[in-house]
Design a protein around this ligand. Structure first.
Ligand code: TYM
Length: 339
């Protein structure tokens, strides 16, 4: 039985994609509901992470909406579950500073997300560079062991483990708990490797909110009918076999994994159900209908959740999370001699 803390956060820059939903949000909800009788589960909004990209006035509304998404996905709030905003718990920023002083320029410069988002430009803001350290602080403050994230965040999890190990080694005792290695994280999420939902038009790439082409991504706010059309126009191949082979058939494999995750069915089982089918039209129609049905239900559930309900969950969660974070921060401050 899992008793260790489970934790995740999703940045709220604009609307979320189906990739965010299937790669992190839904696994977090399913794992929290499964284990929160024994394990603590922290669901938080990394609002300080959100401001590394353009500030356009939508943050406050998006923040409430992202919590509604967790609730609409079925998150059950028990006494072991804390929902909170990162910026409401100043220990996150303070621990980031301390961890900065244990991190090397070289290792942080190697982060793929930094390379992609900063694009190697001198004009990239320092927040883009430093955001993995803030992420490490988010995790280490709560002794989180399981961190459901998509595959693109695995490198940051490894960095978190390295920082924690280095800190513990220098201090000479285990101040921080290490999250488990990424292979074990994937296993915990019930997948072989990390989850990566692909771009519908360029399935070699991940589905990303920052991709300009609307046809490439499904947003959780998409009109269900429009989302179905995007699935119908997704890039496939000319192999004429519905099977899971991400290397040779990334488009078809991506649609298979979308179907499996939404239905909460093992990928192998879903793929087996389509074995022998050579017409992609029939298969795409089934995926399109599944996505459409999911969006209709999901959006109706989101609309039923009030801002008040979300704010009250946040205020309760922030009280609980602050206590844990402050205790850990104090231990760290003492360890480095600040207290
Ligand atoms: P972010 O906001 O870029 O993405 C949020 C989550 O969605 C996952 N994700 C995907 N998963 C599968 N397929 C995709 N196409 C896809 N696109 C995005 C991401 O892997 C992630 O899990 N730094 C983090 C947020 C964060 C965090 C944390 C996460 C801040 N502190 C502490 C966990 C623990 C980020 O920018 O993710």
């Amino acid at each position: 039985m899992v008793k260790e803390t489970i934790l995740t956060g999703i940045r709220v820059n604009g609307e979320l994609t189906l990739g965010n939903y299937l790669g992190a949000l839904l696994p977090m909800v399913r794992l929290t509901n499964k284990y929160s009788a024994y394990a603590k589960a922290n669901v938080f909004v990394p609002d300080l992470h959100a401001i590394i990209t353009d500030i356009d006035g939508s943050l406050k509304a998006n923040l409430l909406k992202s919590i509604k998404y967790y609730l609409a996905a079925g998150l059950v709030i028990t006494p072991n579950v804390s929902i909170y905003r990162q910026s409401y718990i100043p220990a996150h920023s303070e621990l980031t500073w301390i961890l900065n002083c244990f991190a090397n320029m070289g290792e942080v410069s190697r982060m793929i997300q930094y390379k992609e988002k900063g694009d190697g430009k001198d004009s990239a803001n320092v927040g883009i560079f430093d955001y993995p350290i803030l992420m490490a602080a988010d995790i280490l403050l709560y002794d989180a062991v399981y961190v459901p994230v998509g595959k693109d965040q695995f490198q940051h999890l490894e960095l978190t483990r390295n920082l924690a190990e280095r800190f513990n080694h220098r201090i000479g005792r285990d101040v921080f708990t290490l999250p488990v290695a990424t292979a074990e994280q994937a296993k915990f999420m019930g997948v072989k490797d990390g989850i990566c939902i692909r771009d519908l038009q360029n399935p070699e790439k991940k589905m990303s909110k920052s991709t300009a082409a609307e046809n490439s991504k499904i947003m959780l706010s998409d009109a269900p009918e429009a989302a179905a059309k995007k699935i119908m126009s997704a890039t496939t191949d000319n192999v004429s076999k519905v099977q899971f082979d991400m290397f040779n058939q990334p488009g078809i494999s991506n649609l298979l994994q979308i179907l499996a995750f939404i239905r909460n069915q093992p990928l192998s089982e879903v793929a087996a159900g389509w074995a022998g089918v050579t017409q992609y039209g029939e298969f795409k129609t089934a995926v399109a209908e599944e996505v459409k049905g999911f969006l209709i239900d999901f959006q109706a559930r989101v609309a039923e959740i009030s801002d008040e309900e979300v704010l009250s969950a946040l205020e309760n969660g922030e009280k609980k999370a602050s206590k844990v974070a402050e205790t850990k921060l104090y231990e760290v401050q003492r360890a480095v001699g600040l207290r």
